[in-house]
Design a protein around this ligand. Structure first.
Ligand SMILES: [Mg+2]
Length: 297
């Protein structure tokens, strides 16, 4: 419905600000003001709360967004960062434990596998499953076998990703040949150990579980049974979680998909009830939300 030229103009967010695009977006602030304590606010981190930087290790939350979030802290049903990053990285990049203001923040890391509740200090950081440890040993064995049987397959490497383990063929004598040889063997290991298998460019990866931001968001909804649900995101990886909000709105509940929009990912406009001019627009939106939350008691 948004593919004609006139709609394209309307979809552009105001500079450093935010613009509602749909009925749900236009009604959001009133819905929040009616009862802030029943609002679930979920936020992606990179590109939404933290501007994208060259080295992801240097990422930090925008100060303006932190300020707005601290105004809402403890006043909502739940305010949570939902990210693919590890909880430890987000705790550092938000300064949640050092700087006052976010004492009730919840962080769902690694797409919800990890969880940190700032209020209680509770940390969910599950052990690496035994199947992944076994898989790592089997892949190491496989690498030796590949090198012995065909010199073109020599030079594969293992990457230990914690709850996943990957075999890389990039450094093999013939990466494409090595991948072709390795894939069926790795798939067999996955099947035997009950693991998920994902292959990409010169890589095949084994994972113990397939988790997504959508699952993480559903977990929060089940937990707090909110009246209003808001999800803020910026990238294709956020779309399944934004679709959870569409479903929610479709069932007649108030809520909004809030998109941190940049020209790098124009299709994200199709998933927005409220469109924001990158992380600065998100900050402006969060301030407006905080104004609503703080104006009602
Ligand atoms: Mg992001």
């Amino acid at each position: 419905m948004c593919d004609d030229g006139t709609m394209t103009d309307r979809r552009a967010p105001a500079e450093k600000s935010w613009t509602p695009l749909t009925e749900a977006g236009r009604g959001l602030l009133d819905a929040v003001a009616a009862d802030p304590g029943s609002v679930l606010l979920a936020l992606d981190f990179d590109g939404t709360l933290a501007p994208i930087v060259d080295d992801p290790a240097d990422s930090a939350m925008a100060e303006e967004s932190r300020h707005a979030m601290s105004r809402m802290d403890g006043k909502l049903a739940i305010m949570a960062i939902v990210t693919g990053r590890e909880v430890a990285a987000v705790r550092r990049m938000t300064s949640v434990d050092e700087v006052p203001g976010l004492e009730h923040l919840v962080v769902l890391g690694q797409y919800g596998v990890e969880r940190y509740d700032a209020a209680s200090g509770a940390l969910r950081d599950p052990e690496v499953p035994e199947s992944i440890r076994i898989a790592k040993g089997r892949l190491e064995q496989l690498i030796d076998e590949l090198a012995q049987h065909d010199p073109r397959d020599a030079g594969c490497r293992i990457e230990d990703k914690g709850r996943a383990v990957a075999l890389h063929t990039r450094r093999a004598a013939d990466p494409a040949h090595a991948l072709t040889t390795a894939v069926p063997r790795v798939r067999q290991i996955a099947e035997e150990l009950g693991l998920h298998c994902e292959d990409g460019r010169n890589i095949i990866e084994l994972k113990s579980a397939v988790t997504t931001k959508a699952q993480a968001l559903r977990e929060l909804i089940d937990e707090v049974t909110p009246r209003v649900v808001i999800m803020c995101g910026d990238d294709l990886g956020d779309v399944p979680a934004l679709d959870v909000i569409s479903e929610w709105i479709g069932q007649g509940h108030p809520g909004a998909r809030v998109v941190s929009y940049s020209d790098e990912q124009p299709s994200m406009a199709d998933h927005a009830d409220i469109i924001c001019d990158q992380t600065e627009g998100i900050s402006a939106f969060l301030e407006a939300l905080a104004d609503q939350v703080c104006s009602t008691k």
